[in-house]
Design a binder for this molecule. Structure first.
Ligand code: FES
Length: 106
């Protein structure tokens, strides 16, 4: 199992254990982590799973594709740490990853 730390905009932190290969949006919903909506079910078509990835983990992520990049343009609060967490799959390299949810998903 891979440990994933979600930190809400108010600072509340939750660590959840995620099976390898499960994306971090599904993991959040399965573990009742607030702040991630996942309206499209994980097909990179809604951008309501926006997170800010802690800087220590950015280089360990699979690269962003053009669709994710375009969808992120729809979000408020986009910055260099922004990713759509439905596109991030739990893997051993990401054990302990920290992601922060934005104040809102619109
Ligand atoms: S859940 Fe819709 S883009 Fe990630």
């Amino acid at each position: 199992m891979i440990k994933v730390n979600y930190i809400e905009s108010d600072g509340t932190q939750r660590e959840v254990e995620v099976e390898e290969g499960v994306n971090l949006m599904d993991a959040a919903l399965d573990n009742l982590v607030p702040g991630i909506d996942g309206d499209c079910g994980g097909v990179c078509a809604c951008a309501t799973c926006h997170v800010h990835v802690d800087g220590a983990w950015i280089d360990k992520l699979a690269p962003m594709d053009a669709t994710e990049d375009a969808m992120l343009e729809l979000t408020d609060e986009r910055d260099k740490s922004s990713r759509l967490c439905c596109q991030l799959k739990a893997s051993p390299e990401l054990d302990g990853i920290i992601v922060r949810t934005p104040a809102g998903q619109h």
